[in-house]
Design a protein around this ligand. Sequence first.
Ligand code: HDE
Length: 743
Amino acid sequence: MPSNPAKAGEYGERARCPATGATAEPASPLATASTASEANASDKTGSGVPGLGENHVGGNLDRVRADASGQVLTTNQGVAIADNQNSLKIGLRGPTALEDFILREKITHFDHERIPERVVHARGSAAHGYFENYQPLSQFTRAAPFAKAGKRTPVFVRFSTVAGERGSLDTARDVRGFAVKFYTEEGNWDLVGNNIPVFFIQDAMKFPDLVHAVKPEPHHGMPQAASAHDTYWDFVSLMPESTHMLLWQMSDRAIPRSYRTMQGFGVHTFRLINDQGESVFCKFHWTPVAGTHSLAWDEAVKIGGADPDFHRRDLWEAIEAGAYPEWELGLQLFSEEQAESFDFDVLDATKIVPEELVPVVPVGKLVLDRNPDNFFAETEQVAFCTAHIIPGIDFSNDPLLQGRIHSYVDTQISRLGGPNFHEIPINAPLAPVHNNQRDGMHRQTIARGRVAYEPNSLGGGCPFQAGARGFTSFAQPIAEDKVRGKPEKFADHYSQATLFWRSQSPAEQRHIVNGFCFELTRVQVPAIRQRVVSLLVNVADELALAVADGLGIAVPPPAPKASERDFPVPAPSPALSLTSYPGDGSIKAKRVAILVADGADAAGVVSLYGALLAGGAVPRLLGLRLGPVAAEGRALEVEATVSALPSVLFDAVAVPDGADAAQTLANAGTVLEFLRDQYRHCKPILVVGAAGALLDKAGIPLTLPDGAADPALVQVAAMDQGVAALIDALGRPRDHARETDPP
Ligand code: HDE
């Protein structure tokens, strides 16, 4: 069928069926119809929610969705293509004719199918979903998503790393972007946040410097997706305001287990404004329902090789499996007077507002329940802009935020090829768009009439101003000198770094020290290492000492402070430790390796497999080779080998009973290494009956280093005694008590 029904009458019978080709007869498009559409449908069944042609975003994507099922191949002009194998030649062995418009169109389009990647946050993954509001917040804001209890607003959310290029690995040590586009009926609101609540710098003026320092060094283009190099540490060591952020970046926050298990933060102080024009300050927090979980550094490095798409795959597969990722949105609301009373400046993005000062109030939840149909059209072309705000929300004067308001719109103009990127379907608001902006590259809208100015009489004065219904900036009185400089409290570079350090568990502190040691060991210039440690002296003596020790240097004198003033360090804040977010105990979408070989206890495997599936986990049978293994009268099918899907790709491992199987597995170095990595990375291990011998062979201690029982090491005589304990351990955060180096 012609793809454009409005033009159907213009096509004759001959256009329907391509001419028989010289080498192969094209299958009848009608004959392929059912198969093709089934293939397409099954592709999406896991998403649970809308199939092709349905869309949460209220239909603005439907208009442009294409489905080739049952359709004939055409050019971009809709001309049916008879032969997609051969170019047009002058004689079978002769040159190709310049007139071959079909070849030229195909190659030309291909030649131009890449767009520039994002200058930062190039590597990312995204999903559709919704935000559901708990209670009306009209006392504080007139923003549409918060208007009613139970109100759902469609969203598109993109997670990203910052430094790596588009094809770089997911598990680099890096900040993660957490950008949410709310398609509200009052226009699009983009909350473009990160998974860390503070930032490296205080003023937008320094952003290009920061990014140039962290990106691959310009002379040789190395390293990729890594901050462990001289230019980065040179810059931050000369920018003491980055110290607080450095502690977060060296912590486990920078190596999340998945996008589903990390927090998100708006970072800056924003304003909420109600119908009366009254304003409160606001900080935005996203807290994952599944809890905050991170990787071990050794694991992150190994995953980089085993599956560079680890986070992308996790997000995609969880949504396909119906284990929809969820976060709760919390707000910290405070008045201007409260802000004045704080020891820090709320306009300084290197500072948090401790939850002990202003509690986080839960106001709604975010659910991601549908994968994009097309990575390029949606995930790549989505344009988040901090300038996209709606009535009821406003900026604060945070100088970092002020610079962002310009940057995001600006960067899309070159990345997406002009000023009409708002018309790209994924960016188009649900709210109607009417203004007098016209033309430009790639304009889609056909604006009717001769009036493109305001005021006008020829167009009846339309489109007209909305007055009080429209966006109104908060009328903040300002009487100040125009200056370049910073407010006094911005000079406090260390008190919150110390607060963060003191709020970490011993294991978290160990990891921070290891993070600094790893990164600074990669730094070649000793003076840079020295300078970083001199910053840490101002944070905590024991931190500076441990890092200096790891680098084999003496602790240097503290870096000079920017202010003589003594900024108090608040009491430790539990909310700053990842241990405060254990999650809901769910095992949904967690991956469990079941190691099998000939002679494995089939009944045990089947019961474990079933219990894991019932809890929403993803069990995989792993062995030394693919195919069936004989297991007490029945065949178990090995789905992958331990070398193809190594230990780091699983959240837990189980080895069922069976003397022969245990013997075979114990003789394989890859299996022992698999178990050691599970142990080293503090993941649950279940061994049943004869499989217990593998622990000894792998050198895995049965108790924790302090002699206590290891709750994540389940050794039982029969499978039915161990399933519940494994599932329980799988639902809990990893217990780092096991961590020994080397194990
Ligand atoms: Fe960004 N940032 N940023 N940033 N940022 C971009 O916009 C910028 C900052 C963040 O998934 C760029 O579309 C400046 C803080 C995310 O598409 C660019 C400054 C936070 C994303 C840009 C900052 C962020 C970006 C590059 C300092 C956390 C990815 C491509 C003044 C609150 C969004 C693009 C996505 C992307 C500029 C600092 C988060 C160049 C100038 C602070 C999550 O416009």
